[in-house]
Structures are given as structure tokens and as C-alpha cells.
Design a protein around this ligand. Structure first.
Ligand code: AMP
Ligand code: MG
Length: 362
């Protein structure tokens, strides 16, 4: 016998069913993980400055993204533990305190950065010199900053301890100083090295469209979230200007790095009105002094871009432009002070684009 279902009972069941489906959906959406961002961006601090990381069209799931963020933090902490002169327990601080001339074992990253720094010292005829520490301190910069202009005998004593040839690497990657009082300063290259390291980490996890910046030194691969090459702003180097306040130029960057050295952010005005800046010419023992306000360098990796920018700043616009022009893998933009503003000098391959859009948002 067929059971006749009354319309009222049918409606009740239907309502109950729909209600259960809605409840199920609510429970499911509450427990399921939030979708990972399509274009994640995050920032933090390291090496006495800040960093920014962007991934466009990210293929990373939420869990992988969290793992990448943790891996980046750990990596940057490890680099600091090796190369920060501001951490008394770091490898570099211990090397600097040591007066032994026997091999001093260091981590592979540290050894790699020193190898590059010594090579750049040779290539630049000593304009770049990672043993510049006593001079940096004597002029009031660095971890043991003094403050005032150093006396002549103090400068002479500091200069005597500076010389990249006093440091060598043993075949198994240990450091050796041939003078007991030699000290290293890798501030001119460590940020660039860390930028490359972070980019490699992101790519190992499957991200291909990435932008990494630490304290203004950047590398970019692939494209930004709008499918264009990443756009990087170069600051107009007015004394004390804030990052991004006024742009001198915009560069499109893909599979390349850019780094800038200048005298406009880390400087000290003296009583006679001259400006003392943190980049020292190791050949004279005095802060690099010329009309050059900043130099930006494009290179295949950020370690090179960072180190070469410092070296070119020491050389100045004339010697620096000639040096950069001879290097096929390097492009440079020099921003030079004139009486009433700035003028640009650049190697032929340093291309900039219009200042029409906001590159910080790109
Ligand atoms: P950067 O901002 O990359 O040009 O690096 C500048 C920092 O490198 C300074 O604050 C010093 O700690 C260090 N430094 C200064 N002069 C030199 C030099 N001639 N060669 C290598 N490192 C330097
Ligand atoms: Mg540098």
C-alpha cells in the first residue's frame, strides 16, 4: 500500500533538509583554512633596517607560506649571527676581537661574503676594503662610533691596520689575519648577500614572481601582480630625505638586482659646514668626498650590486663611471650634486622609465 505523504509533512522535511545543508556549510567554512593571499607581501626588521618581501601570483598554500616566512626569519637571524658587528657574540665580532693569526673557522655564508669582498677589493684597487673598520669607527660610524673628527695620529694608527691583503681564506674556508689587530666590516655587502639568499629561499619553495628588499637593496624575478616587470624607485639624494619621498628615477627590474650607496642618509654635518659620511676612502683614510650624492648599480645578483655601489661611491663619478663602463655585467647611475640641484651620469645600459606611476605600489 502506498503511503500518501501530506504536503505539510513534505514542507517540514524540505525545510529541515535545507537547514541542515546551511548549518553544514557554516561549520565547513568555519573550520576550513583561509585561502592564502594571491599576492602576499610582508615586512620585518633585520640588520638594523627593514625588509620587504612580495610574491606575485603566488603558488604557495597557507601552510607553505607560513613555512617560507619562518625560514626567511631564521635565515636572516643566522646571517646576523655571522656578520653583524653589532652583536658581540657574532662570528665577525669574535674574529675582530681575536688577536690570533691562526685560521679562524667561520660559517660557509660568511666565508663566501669575505671571498667576494676580497675579490672586489682587488678589482677596485682598494677603493672597496672590508678591513676598513678602524677608520669607520674613528670617523664616528660603525659599532664603536667615536663621534668627533679623529686626530691625525689616531687616523694614522687606524690606517695602518687597514688593508684587505691582511685577510686571507684557507682552502677549507677559514679566515686568517696576518696582523693581530685587523678587523672586518661587511656592512657594505651583507645586505645584498642576504637579499640573494632570501630570493633563493622563496624560489626553492616554488615562488617565481618575487621582489626582495633589505634596506633599499633589491632583487626581483619574474613579474609583478599586474604582469609587468617590477618597478623600483631610486630616491632623489637630498640630505636627510626619507625613502620614497622624492624619486630621481624608476627602473624596471626582472632577474636582476639593484643597490644604492650614497651620502645623503647616514652622514654627520661638521662645525665648518662640511658633511662627513659613512663611506670611507681606504686609500686616504678619510670619508669619500666629491660631488657624488648617490650611485645605483644594476647587476645579476645583489651581493655584487651592493658591493660595487659602495666601491663606485668611493671612486666618485669620474673614476667610477670609467670603471663601471668597463664591466659588461654592471650598469650604474651616478647622481651628482650641482650648484642648484642634481645631474645624472650613467653607463649606456642603465635604462630608466617615466616617473609617472607610483613604483612603491608596483
Ligand atoms: P653601503 O651603504 O652598502 O655603501 O655600505 C656602507 C658601509 O660599509 C659603511 O657604513 C661602513 O660600515 C662600510 N664601509 C665604509 N667604507 C667602506 C669601503 N671603502 N669599503 C668597504 N666597506 C666600507
Ligand atoms: Mg654596499
Amino acid at each position: 500500500m502506498m503511503k500518501i505523504v501530506q504536503p505539510r509533512t513534505l514542507n517540514l522535511r524540505k525545510t529541515l533538509f535545507v537547514g541542515l545543508v546551511i548549518l553544514g556549510l557554516m561549520v565547513w567554512s568555519a573550520i576550513r583554512k583561509p585561502a592564502p593571499p594571491v599576492n602576499p607581501m610582508w615586512q620585518g626588521s633585520t640588520m638594523g633596517t627593514t625588509y620587504t618581501i612580495r610574491i606575485a601570483h603566488s603558488p604557495l598554500g597557507s601552510k607553505t607560506l607560513q613555512q617560507v616566512q619562518k625560514a626567511v626569519e631564521n635565515y636572516l637571524a643566522a646571517i646576523n649571527d655571522q656578520m653583524s658587528t653589532y652583536l658581540p657574540s657574532s662570528e665577525i665580532s669574535r674574529f675582530n676581537r681575536s688577536t690570533e693569526t691562526t685560521p679562524f673557522p667561520v660559517s660557509p655564508d660568511f666565508a663566501r661574503v669575505v671571498t667576494f669582498a676580497l675579490q672586489l677589493s682587488r678589482d677596485s684597487d682598494g677603493a672597496f676594503d672590508p678591513t676598513v673598520t678602524p677608520l669607520v669607527n674613528a670617523w664616528g660610524f660603525g659599532s664603536q662610533a667615536a663621534g668627533a673628527e679623529p686626530a691625525a695620529d689616531q687616523l694614522e694608527a687606524a690606517l695602518a691596520r687597514v688593508g684587505y691583503r691582511y685577510v686571507t681564506l684557507t682552502p677549507d674556508g677559514a679566515l686568517r689575519k696576518s696582523r693581530p689587530d685587523v678587523q672586518l666590516d661587511l656592512s657594505a655587502v651583507a645586505k645584498g648577500y642576504a637579499v640573494d639568499g632570501v630570493a633563493a629561499l622563496l624560489m626553492q619553495h616554488g615562488a617565481t614572481n618575487i621582489f626582495v628588499e633589505i634596506g633599499g637593496e633589491c632583487v626581483a624575478h619574474g613579474q609583478n601582480d599586474r604582469g609587468h616587470p617590477w618597478r623600483i624607485g631610486i630616491d632623489r639624494p637630498a640630505y636627510g630625505a626619507l625613502p620614497g619621498e622624492n624619486l630621481e628615477a624608476v627602473v624596471e627590474l626582472s632577474h636582476r638586482a639593484i643597490a644604492t650607496s650614497g651620502d645623503y642618509r647616514n652622514f654627520r654635518a661638521t662645525e665648518d659646514g662640511t658633511v662627513v659620511n659613512h663611506i670611507i676612502d681606504p686609500r686616504t683614510g678619510r670619508p669619500a668626498q666629491h660631488q657624488l650624492a648617490s650611485v645605483s648599480v644594476l647587476a645579476t645578483n645583489c651581493l655584487e650590486a651592493d658591493g660595487i655601489a659602495t666601491a663606485l661611491f668611493v671612486m666618485g663619478p669620474d673614476e667610477g663611471l670609467a670603471w663601471a663602463t668597463r664591466r659588461p655585467d654592471v650598469e650604474a647611475l651616478f647622481v651628482v650634486r650641482t650648484g642648484d640641484g642634481f645631474k645624472e651620469l650613467r653607463t649606456p645600459g642603465f635604462k630608466t622609465s617615466k616617473l609617472d606611476e607610483n613604483p612603491a605600489a608596483d
